[in-house]
Design a binder for this molecule. Structure first.
Ligand code: PEP
Ligand code: MN
Length: 340
């Protein structure tokens, strides 16, 4: 259910309503939407009789009470019509901004991440990515540097004034990332790791949630819903390619999901063409497609020596290719009503 407050309603009216919602065994969530305040109610809403809901209309400060049709109550545009805009270290994600995120698949060494960060900055990027823990398909593949990786990423972010993004996989890595990264990433393999989603939902930092390789749109948004329901309203979605019958790329970048999410949800959506394609020569056109489709940014892999990379070398751009790509995005963004 959604309780829209009147413009004049203040803290006292909010608290009164929240108390009433809790007496019904339900959970209230405050949402600020343009010039309106909304209380979205989750839980077993159907168990409450309509008469009881009607009574909410009599409370001081209530303008409107209505049902939310979608299953993802907090992520949906029914709950909040205006785009969610996330501020991270003086940078803005969402709204009319287009975010440029670059960096290696994995943090491999101090020299490597510093050189790469320098390249990302020189190309015009605002965010530095780099995995400290790598959920690899094979246990024999490079698994990441762990805590040292988060520390080095942090150092590189500070040195080149880039906001950082890095993946977490469990409570231990959430605790490590808390002190070192600006945006916590939940990888595609963990998109439905519901305890991890709830865990990052309790964190103060924004969460970048990647779509599972075979997740439907509804499953993706319901996973975001776990994070929102746990209290974290700073969720960024990321399309990173899905499994299809096409075998010419590692996955297929589902460009179509970008406008679909934009219609259904207020959350920002990024595209990761690197993990979709699995090879570097199509990253540029796929990035253009993502921008044109309405994405709020791209996240791409870059390595200063891709042939030496410990993971995802074939899809990692060379530094000069990142300069070309980001330069092109900066040039094209205004055509799509975006600023960088
Ligand atoms: C990554 O971004 O480092 C990564 C592993 O991507 P995904 O979870 O989409 O495979
Ligand atoms: Mn990778």
């Amino acid at each position: 259910m959604r309780i829209v407050m009147t413009r004049g309603a203040g803290e006292k009216e909010f608290v009164r309503l929240e108390q009433e919602v809790r007496t019904l065994g339900l959970t209230p969530h405050r949402i600020r939407d343009a010039d309106r305040n909304i209380l979205t109610v989750t839980g077993n809403v159907g168990s409450v009789h309509q008469d009881r809901w009607d009574r909410f209309r009599c409370f001081v400060g209530v303008a409107e009470v209505g049902a939310i049709a979608s299953r993802y109550k907090l992520a949906s545009r029914d709950a909040k019509q205006t785009d969610t805009v996330i501020e991270v270290r003086n940078r803005t994600l969402g709204g009319n901004r287009f975010a440029l995120i670059g960096g290696p698949c994995a943090v491999e060494s101090r020299e490597q991440i510093l050189r790469t960060a320098e390249g990302v900055k020189a190309a015009g990027g605002q965010f530095l990515r780099g995995g400290a823990v790598k959920p690899r398909t094979s246990p024999h593949s490079f698994q990441g540097l762990g805590e040292e990786g988060y520390r080095l990423l942090h150092e590189a972010g500070e040195r080149f004034d880039l906001a950082t993004v890095s993946e977490v996989v469990d409570a231990e890595t959430v605790a490590m990332a808390r002190d070192h990264v600006d945006i916590i990433q939940v990888g595609s393999r963990n998109m439905q790791n519901f305890s991890l989603l709830t865990m990052v939902g309790r964190e103060a930092k924004p969460v970048l949630l990647k779509r599972g390789a075979s997740a439907t749109l509804e499953e993706f948004l319901l996973s975001a819903e776990y994070i929102l329901a746990a209290g974290n309203d700073k969720v960024i979605l990321c399309e990173r390619g899905i499994r299809t019958f096409s075998s010419f790329q590692r996955n297929t970048l589902d460009v179509s999901i970008i406008p679909e999410i934009k219609m259904r949800s207020h959350l920002p959506v990024l595209a990761d063409p690197s993990h979709a394609a699995g090879k570097r020569d199509v990253i540029h056109p796929l990035s253009r497609a993502a921008l044109a489709a309405g994405a709020d940014g791209i996240m791409v892999e870059m390595h200063d020596q891709p042939e030496q990379a410990k993971s995802d070398g074939p899809q990692s751009l060379h530094p000069e290719e990142l300069v070309d790509l980001f330069g092109d995005m900066i040039r094209l963004a205004p055509w799509f009503d975006r600023t960088i």
